[in-house]
Design a protein around this ligand. Structure first.
Ligand SMILES: Cc1cc2nc3c(=O)[nH]c(=O)nc-3n(C[C@H](O)[C@H](O)[C@H](O)COP(=O)(O)OP(=O)(O)OC[C@H]3O[C@@H](n4cnc5c(N)ncnc54)[C@H](O)[C@@H]3O)c2cc1C
Length: 615
């Protein structure tokens, strides 16, 4: 980095958050950019050179703010994406410092757990080896498949790109968790920067970090998907995974966020119900709000503490910090996996069958790297786009506390032939607020963050009919293309109005959408209508309204026909016998509900069939 580039970076950070340079924020931003899979190093360099050329660092603060806001509102999506990436990086780093957290009334990290249990899974050192089945990925799909196969007496090797983790690692530090346990430090996005892509990269995959919501596949979706999804066998698999994962409604004391949502829903006479959750011994009011950074109590029944332990106990070898590069074939059949460790050592695992369960972003990438050619690989990607409506209350909400998700509403779940949205709340830590909030200048941002303890919000999770695509870009880099379909945008607009009405009915003092231009209103006659008119004017273009995706589905979907699907109903790829997909990629379309349990059931069913076949 040249001195001019460095000065530009410092000035940018200082403009977003005065005082950032003294805290070392520019170096933190550089580290986050290095980890961010959606930003190439040379792109950041070119961006900083542009700012340096325009002598950005020499401008007075007000002019610097105006320049950044012009990028925020640019007609060019690339400029808006650059603004958002810099904004999120700088503010996330700034509010990771204890003194800034204290200033906004956020207590910060939990610290090490009192009784953090040491790891119960002893990883096997990486090296060349032989086995019956090599399972790539240890999340919802891979964890279950590994257990089913190992318990049936087969020799199983699990390859996991992320590190081994256990309760002792979960210190409840937001930025630290993103850096250590999330793919790309939780900063990955679609190519146009429009949707943040969140997924885990650690033992247990995203189930280690997720929010415990455990819906079975809805009957209507099963009917739509047909094939094995309407069978009694699939019902049995759903029951088995729910039982092993401890799905219940015994730990559903509403957080303040959920109590507010319920208050609003009840005032409107709208649907509200208890969220089924995969927990045993959850403390709800203690550390539960930090669950997305790993559960300190081991209460969350992720694959880490259930299926992977079962697999390990049954003799499966689990190799961590090792990424599968490609599936290798011999005699027209999958015959193993070439992989590379984080330290650069290459290994080969030979096997009779390979199961790919890397999640719906990385699974198609691995299949494409392995030379598979079926045209559906990577296509039909669904993201359940999530945006949020937040609100300021008079009461102390402390939205980072309480049961992570206790209630939901299906009031608008079926707006249009099975398509609609779910209303759910989630814990709001500073980085989460930064992710969804606008930046209209340093003072405005400081005020917004200062309001965190009295803020609450409702997420709207849309079942998307529109589709995106995963591709391999230049240098093998993951490229995710996704544009919100008009049809989906229309339903999201219904959700924004719905969430605003719920928050208003619950007594909100001010309601905000997640638009970059900061759209908000104080409830009063005609004000919501004006707000919604502004929402319509702004629309949902990339970088104009914040969206995140927590659920990735469908990018190597199963089906009856190679013209329409990438895999047979049993998960075997049409292209290469002996190579199976068992994860979120397998979905024929978006599930419309949080997908973990469906993924686990698919893996349970298809791994059971494979075990019978191989035995
Ligand atoms: C913050 C958050 C909260 C969520 N909350 C919920 C919830 O409450 N309920 C719900 O149902 N869903 C939730 N989800 C989604 C759910 O957890 C995922 O849909 C599910 O875990 C996906 O399962 P999977 O098997 O497809 O992939 P994952 O569980 O993501 O597992 C994939 C694994 O493969 C590994 N991997 C990737 N590439 C390679 C490679 N080349 N070599 C080796 N390993 C590789 C990854 O590191 C990862 O560990 C949430 C997601 C997020 C991000």
């Amino acid at each position: 980095m040249t001195r001019a580039q460095r000065r530009a970076l410092e000035a940018i950070c200082d403009t977003f958050a005065p005082g950032a340079v003294d805290l070392g924020v520019p170096d933190q931003v550089l580290e986050l950019a290095r980890l961010n899979p959606s930003v190439a190093e040379r792109e950041l360099g070119a961006l900083l050179s542009l700012f340096a050329l325009r002598r950005f660092a020499r401008l007075p603060r007000a002019r610097r703010e105006a320049v950044l806001l012009a990028w925020c509102e640019s007609k060019y999506a690339t400029k808006r994406a650059a603004f958002q990436a810099l904004r999120k990086g700088a503010l996330l780093a700034f509010y990771s410092h204890a003194e800034n957290q204290r200033r906004i009334g956020y207590p910060g990290a939990l610290g090490p757990p009192a009784n953090g249990r040491a790891a119960r899974i002893q990883p096997t050192p990486a090296g060349d080896m032989h086995c019956d089945v090599c399972v790539v990925g240890s999340g919802a799909g891979g964890g279950v498949a590994a257990a089913v196969l190992a318990q049936s007496g087969l020799d199983v090797v699990v390859l996991e790109a992320g590190p081994a983790v256990s309760e002792a690692d979960f210190v409840g530090d937001e930025l630290d968790a993103y850096r250590r346990f999330y793919w790309g430090a939780a900063a990955g996005t679609t190519d146009d920067g429009g949707i943040g892509l969140l997924t885990g990269e650690c033992l247990g995959g995203t189930t280690t970090l997720n929010w415990t919501t455990s819906f079975p596949t809805p009957d209507a979706v099963r009917d739509e998907w047909s094939g094995p999804f309407v069978s009694d066998e699939f019902t049995h698999s759903l029951d088995v995974v729910a039982e092993r994962s401890g799905v219940c409604t015994d730990y559903n004391e509403p957080s303040t966020r959920d109590a507010i949502m319920r208050r609003g829903l009840e005032a409107l006479g709208w649907h509200v119900d208890a969220m089924p959750r995969n927990v045993r011994g959850c403390d709800q009011n203690g550390v539960c709000g930090y669950c997305g950074f790993g559960c300190q109590l081991g209460a969350k029944q992720s694959t880490l503490v259930t299926w992977l332990e079962d697999a390990h106990a049954a003799g499966a070898r689990i190799i961590v910090e090792t990424s599968a590069e490609r599936v290798v074939a011999r005699g027209g059949r999958a015959n193993g996996v070439d992989a590379v460790t984080r330290t650069g050592k290459t290994i080969t695992v030979r096997s009779q069958a390979v199961i790919v369960a890397c999640g719906a972003l990385q699974t198609p990438a691995l299949l494409l790297r392995s030379g598979l050619a079926n045209r559906n690989i990577g296509r039909h990607l669904h993201l359940h786009p999530v945006t949020g409506v937040s609100a300021l209350f008079d009461e102390d909400v402390r939205p980072w506390t309480g049961t992570i998700q206790a209630l939901y509403s299906d009031e608008h779940a079926n707006l249009d032939d099975g398509y609609g949205l779910k209303y759910e709340t989630g814990p709001i830590h500073p980085g989460v607020l930064i992710g969804f909030a606008s930046w209209r200048g340093a003072d405005d941002c400081a005020e917004l963050l200062g309001n965190l303890p009295r803020s609450s919000g409702i997420g709207l999770l849309a079942r998307d009919r529109g589709e995106g695509e995963v591709r391999l870009g230049r240098g093998g880099r993951l490229s995710v293309r996704y544009r919100l379909a008009d049809d989906d945008a229309r339903r999201i607009r219904v959700g924004i109005e719905g969430a605003a009405r719920i928050l208003e009915a619950a007594g909100a003092k001010r309601v905000y959408s997640s638009h970059a231009r900061k759209l908000s209103y104080e409830p009063g006659a005609g004000r919501r209508e004006q707000f919604l008119a502004a929402v319509d004017r702004e629309g949902f273009g990339a970088g104009r309204c914040a969206f995140f995706s927590f659920h990735h589905m469908g990018s190597a979907r199963v089906g009856a026909d190679p013209e329409q699907s990438a895999c047979r109903w049993n998960g075997e790829t049409w292209d290469l016998p002996g190579l199976y997909v068992m994860d979120g990629s397998s979905f024929p379309s978006a599930s419309g509900v949080n997908p973990m349990l469906t993924i686990e059931a698919i893996a349970h069913l298809n791994a059971s069939h494979l075990a019978a076949e191989l035995r």
